[in-house]
Design a protein around this ligand. Structure first.
Ligand code: BDP
Length: 331
């Protein structure tokens, strides 16, 4: 007996075979898609690869996936939405742009909220991370660990920045989040929210005068070639999360979930080690590349100038006062 199927004419036996093949494919877990904005040779990238490899190995190849580096799966705000929908299964996200999707995470994007990077780790591994967990979950995101992203400082193509007055009149690129626009405006600068991938050209062509980032990102993107003044204001210490889509996570067995959590912890530990090494290496690269680096020993002028960012944030989000205080008042 013959019949016409979607695939053309065939036999009943052939149809049965096709159905078997289709159902076998459907029963197998789909390959995970990992989103990463950074180039392949970067602490985040190596740690994400290690995470996926550990999960695959410990689940006996049941869970497999690929990390897509260099933002090829889309910009960060888009990728966060895709993570929530389960189109992207995991990724490493700065909590800067995360604030648009999970507003509570905005507290870590307040300038100078952390006293130091070690304090950031302590808080995110403990009370701070716990306080944000439910907010993430409500938005369909499961944080598995907090990576290091050091401290962000200003760089530009015009002059060294020593005080907030030096930022006045400058066109500064910021990540997508109104908080950062407010931060630049509080110093009299003009903020331009823009995707990471567009910053190099924008500085080169004078669309913006500069931006702000940590040493590894300043170096790995070659922004230092077009913005040769790096002023160590260290105004933002923003953690990054290794995050999974709740859709993907919830579909796992309890054993698989444990493996994923453990791999998340291990990859976080690895990333923090790689980060320390890369920060030092990146500073060497930019200095050798002709960058003029200036320290800003006393940051109190910057702290004072950015105080209005807190005021307007608390005025807009009175319900987050306790959360802000939890971070701000921590020792
Ligand atoms: C880097 C972060 C990355 C951000 C980028 C930016 O690791 O997630 O997208 O800064 O400035 O430090 O956009």
């Amino acid at each position: 007996m013959t019949f016409t199927s979607l695939w053309g004419r065939g036999t009943v036996a052939g149809l049965a075979a096709s159905i078997t093949i289709l159902s076998t494919v459907a029963a197998e877990a789909k390959d995970w898609r990992g989103w990463n904005i950074h180039v392949e040779d970067y602490p985040v990238s190596h740690a994400m690869e290690a995470f996926m490899a550990e999960v695959t190995e410990k689940t006996g190849d049941d869970l497999k996936g690929e990390v897509f580096h260099a933002g090829v799966l889309g910009s960060q705000p888009d990728a966060i939405e895709q993570l929530r929908l389960g189109i992207i299964d995991f990724g490493v996200f700065s909590l800067g742009p995360m604030g648009q999707a999970v507003p509570e995470t905005n507290v870590v994007s307040l300038p100078f909220i952390f006293k130091s990077v070690p304090q950031m780790h302590e808080l995110m591994d403990g009370a701070g991370g716990e306080a944000l967990a439910a907010a993430f979950e409500a938005k369909g995101i499961v944080p598995l660990g907090y990576y290091d992203a050091g401290a962000r400082s200003f760089y530009n193509s015009i002059k060294p920045i020593n005080s907030p007055a030096d930022v006045a009149g400058m066109k500064v690129r910021v990540m997508n989040n109104d908080l950062f626009v407010g931060m630049i405006e509080s110093m009299g600068g003009n903020a331009t929210p823009m995707a990471f991938a567009e910053v190099y050209q924008s500085i080169k062509t004078g669309v913006v005068d500069g931006a702000e980032n940590n040493p590894p990102s300043y170096e790995s993107t070659n922004h230092f070639e077009v913005a040769q003044y790096y002023s160590l204001s260290q105004h933002l210490i923003i953690p990054e999360c290794l995050c999974m889509s709740k859709k993907t996570f919830d579909a796992l067995t309890p054993e698989q979930q444990d493996i994923v959590k453990e791999a998340g912890r291990n990859s976080t530990e690895l990333q923090r080690k790689l980060w320390e090494e890369r920060e030092i290496a990146s500073m060497e690269v930019v200095k050798n590349g002709g960058v003029e680096v200036n320290e800003i020993a006393d940051k109190s002028e910057f702290q004072a100038a950015m105080a209005p960012v807190y005021e307007s944030f608390l005025a807009d989000n009175p319900d987050m006062t306790d959360l802000v205080n939890l971070f701000r008042n921590a020792e």
